[in-house]
Design a protein around this ligand. Structure first.
Ligand code: HSE
Length: 407
């Protein structure tokens, strides 16, 4: 038998208990040995909940128990999760986590430490909830030179945008629902301002490119500035607004490489595979030089989908108790280039009387009108450099809002 401890009995922690209890027999068979939760660490007590008999309030109980081979860290945040994770690894215990904040900040360091201590640090649940994407990056795609990772990486914002688009819901009401469904972060600013997606793309691109992509260096915009008017015009243009996170490498003619990363709302055209990724679903594209495109799709947030990925890591950790699995993620920083030179079309809303003027200035490929908002018009500009676009907006002075168009 292998004993494990769960740190945190919140949304994901309770999901981990549920997954292990519901699928116990199958999990034991797949792990090769019975896997049992011995402790659950939480500041609170849970009288009446069967977990109560396992609740401990002192982390040292877990740390000093040689029977605990795997620690599940699902507390979230950097403190005390970083110290707890480090201490567990130092004590020769593997750690499985869903904590994207911690992995984005200290992932390469903790992996290095785990390697030294011959244990594993696993974080499948940190990106895309229940979607298997970390493991494919680490194992199934190792023959590839990956040049792009991109997609929808936050369930809360995708849920909000879908509700606003499909049902005309109000932003705050949709966010409230996302919280009630267990999708949102404790502080949902991380979701709606794009920070959560930013950490996830930092983790995925670090694994894809093999060096540390610092999340603090990634240009990040959230969805708080998206209005019902933007959504109305997007629908008229037969497009959907999605919060996209992307990272890619551009190989120049002289063979040198530039790396780019960004999180921002984009307009996605009808017919694009991401157009129909709605609600809490996430989708991740990975492009490799031999394979071409591959796409991973599934539940991107929520208690049991995320917990399922955590428990899958536990099974893997149990199968490799005395062997540290190699993960290609160097501590050296990967320098990101400025996004200003990117060329793409942009969607803009302008006052109705400026429609023709704007169409000329931005060399519009399409103009859109809506009978619901007769005072405005929307345009899709020609392809242009982001820097040039910003300059033109400033020059015009009448652009009400702008969103990048995905190409
Ligand atoms: N708040 C996150 C999301 C949870 O909505 O995607 C899953 O990481």
């Amino acid at each position: 038998m292998v004993n494990i401890a769960v740190l945190g009995y919140g949304t994901v922690g309770s999901g981990v208990v549920r997954v292990l209890t519901t699928n116990q027999e199958k999990i034991d068979k797949k792990a090769g040995v019975p896997v049992r939760i011995k402790y659950v660490l939480d500041l609170r007590d849970f009288p009446g909940d069967p977990v109560q008999e396992k609740i401990v309030h002192d982390y040292n109980v877990i740390l000093n128990d040689p029977e605990i081979k795997v620690v599940v860290e699902v507390m979230g945040g950097l403190k005390p999760a970083y110290d707890f994770t480090k201490a567990a690894i130092m004590a020769g215990k593997s750690v499985c986590t869903s904590n994207k904040e911690l992995v984005a900040e200290y992932g390469s360091e903790l992996l290095e430490l785990a390697r030294e201590k011959n244990v594993n640090y696993m974080f499948e649940a940190s990106c895309g909830g229940g979607i298997p994407v970390i493991r494919p990056l680490n194992s199934s795609l190792t023959a590839e030179d990956i040049d792009e990772v991109s997609g929808i990486l936050n369930g809360t914002t995708n849920y909000i945008l879908s509700e606003m688009t499909e049902k005309g819901s109000d932003f705050n009401d949709a966010l409230k629902e996302a919280k009630a469904l267990g999708y949102a972060e404790r502080n949902p600013e991380a979701d709606v301002e794009g920070y959560d997606a930013c950490r996830k793309i930092a983790i995925l691109s670090s694994l894809a490119f093999g060096k540390t992509v610092k999340y603090s260096k990634i240009h990040t915009e959230g969805i708080t500035k998206i209005t019902p008017e933007d959504i109305t015009f997007a629908k008229e243009a037969d497009m959907a607004i999605k919060l996209l996170a992307s990272a890619y490498k551009d190989v120049k003619e002289d063979g040198t490489e530039d790396y780019y990363a960004m999180v921002a709302p984009f307009l996605v055209r009808h017919g694009h595979p991401l157009y129909n990724v709605n609600g809490v679903f996430n989708a991740v594209f990975i492009h490799g030089n031999m394979l071409g495109d591959t796409m991973f799709y599934g539940s991107g947030a929520g208690s049991t989908p995320t917990a399922s990925a955590v428990v899958a890591d536990v099974v893997d950790a149990v199968r490799h108790l005395n062997r540290s699995l190699y993960v290609f993620w160097d501590q050296d920083e990967l320098t990101l280039s400025d996004n200003g030179s990117h060329v793409r079309p942009f969607f803009i809303r302008v006052p109705a009387e400026k429609k023709e003027e704007a169409a000329k200035l931005f060399n519009a490929e399409k103009t859109v009108e809506s009978s619901d908002i007769p005072s405005e018009a929307a345009l899709i500009t020609a392809f242009m450099q982001e820097n040039e676009f910003r300059k033109k907006c400033e020059e015009a002075g009448y652009v009400i809002s702008s969103i990048r168009v995905n190409v």
